[in-house]
Design a protein around this ligand. Structure first.
Ligand code: NAD
Ligand code: DAU
Length: 350
């Protein structure tokens, strides 16, 4: 029996990770700790609610005493830390929140794990879920390797990078068995519609302008979220302490090309004439400090752990659009309330 703490499990990637672990490992007790910020949504996990090995805990990783008590109570054997403020644009308008959640929150988890494990590292693992954005931006060629120096540009990626440095410091200083993975852009069901793909699906559906930052020439490497969850499972179980793995989709797209592909799929599914929604494309002021290109070199995880993406982009993208179109109620819930204000602030007069 193992007690595993997964933080941020009510969010996009976390919900896929929690579901995978709860279903695949009935002999683990899975504790999903989430503050339920605007990005956290228990509807994402309604299908596993009630499973005997699944436990939801509402709580804040910024609350040091609460985190310490939680570790004392449940004596976790493993931690998979996904909880974070995750949206670059929000980090530009409110950087302090990112420092509190992403840096201090991580430090509280590390301190509690260190106190509880107290040097007895056997069978223990602390796993930090990080991002490729810590490496900065690439030009037209090359890709991020595990040895690429950190060079973050946004408050989001600077906070994630800082947290990663603390994780490495706890490994190097105290011998804590930590691992880190840095993944590229995920897509799939349950992503909050502040991120490019679900935001644009929602806008196309509602015939609203599609705000393309700058010239739309920035490049991202897209990975289906369940492939990321599979990589996390493998790394959690197989990676040696102190290791880092890059995870990517071998699937680079310029934003504008991805958007045109999305429009083609959406127009077909909505029964609109081909290319009808192209008129919604609206070029807007660029994101400040907008990283030009991300690309992952996934050689290490492939060679050492045998992981490769399994979902072809064409399939995964269609499946994703189908999910958002079929889950109108989910969409309506997450695009009411705070979202309306956020949208106005971010996009009106841009
Ligand atoms: P998300 O924004 O969808 O979910 C974040 C979750 O964390 C939410 O459920 C939220 O309620 C919870 N949370 C936020 N602050 C908290 C706090 N103080 N205490 C407890 N819970 C809190 O994020 P996501 O896109 O699923 O990303 C998850 C993780 O993966 C993040 O660490 C992110 O940096 C990393 N990551 C994301 C991507 C991506 O493409 N989305 C790619 C690589 C890495
Ligand atoms: O690379 C991994 C990262 O991917 C994760 O660490 C982050 O948590 C996640 O949010 C994502 O960051 P991006 O900034 O790449 O994702 P986003 O969906 O915000 O934007 C993707 C690209 O689309 C980026 O170049 C900015 C652009 N964009 C985005 C939005 C929201 C637009 O042109 N218009 C938009 O309205």
């Amino acid at each position: 029996m193992k007690n595993i703490l997964i933080t941020g499990g009510a969010g996009f990637i976390g919900s896929h990770v929690v579901r995978r672990f709860v279903n695949k490992y009935p002999h683990y007790e899975i504790y999903n700790l989430d503050k339920l910020t605007y990005a956290g949504n228990l509807e994402n996990l309604s299908d596993i609610d009630g499973k005997p090995n699944y436990h939801f805990i509402k709580g804040d990783i910024e609350d040091q005493n609460f985190i310490m008590e939680l570790f004392q109570k449940y004596q976790f054997d493993g931690v998979i830390h996904l909880a974070a403020e995750s949206h670059v644009d929000r980090s530009i308008t409110n950087p302090m929140q990112f420092i509190h959640t992403n840096v201090l929150g991580t430090a509280h988890l590390l301190n509690a794990a260190r106190a509880i494990w107290n040097g007895n590292w056997e069978g223990k693992k602390y796993y930090q879920i990080s991002t490729d954005e810590v490496y900065g931006a690439l030009g037209d060629t090359g890709s991020f390797k595990e040895t690429t120096p950190y060079n973050p540009h946004s408050p989001y990626s600077a906070a994630k990078a800082s947290a990663d440095h603390f994780v490495r410091a706890y490994h190097d200083t105290y011998g804590m068995p930590t691992v880190i993975s840095n993944c590229s852009n995920n897509y799939g069901p349950n992503q909050f519609p502040e991120k490019l793909i679900p935001l644009f699906i929602n806008n196309i559906k509602n015939n609203k302008p599609l705000p393309v930052y700058g010239q739309g020439i920035n490049v991202r490497d897209w990975l289906y979220v369940e492939d990321h969850a599979a990589a996390i499972d493998l790394i959690f179980h197989k990676a040696k302490p102190g290791e880092t793995y890059n995870i990517g989709g071998n699937n680079e797209w310029r934003n504008i090309d991805l958007i045109k592909k999305l429009i083609e799929i959406m127009d077909r599914k909505l029964g609109r004439p081909e290319g009808e929604s192209l008129k919604l494309i609206t070029y807007v002021t660029d994101r400040a400090g907008h990283d030009l290109r991300y690309a992952i070199d996934p050689t290490k995880i492939k060679n050492e752990l045998g992981w490769e993406p399994t979902v072809k982009f064409d399939e995964g993208f269609e499946k994703t659009v189908d999910w958002y179109l079929a889950n109108e109620e989910w969409f309506n819930h997450v695009t009411s309330g705070e979202y309306v204000e956020y949208y106005k602030k971010m996009y009106e007069n841009r």
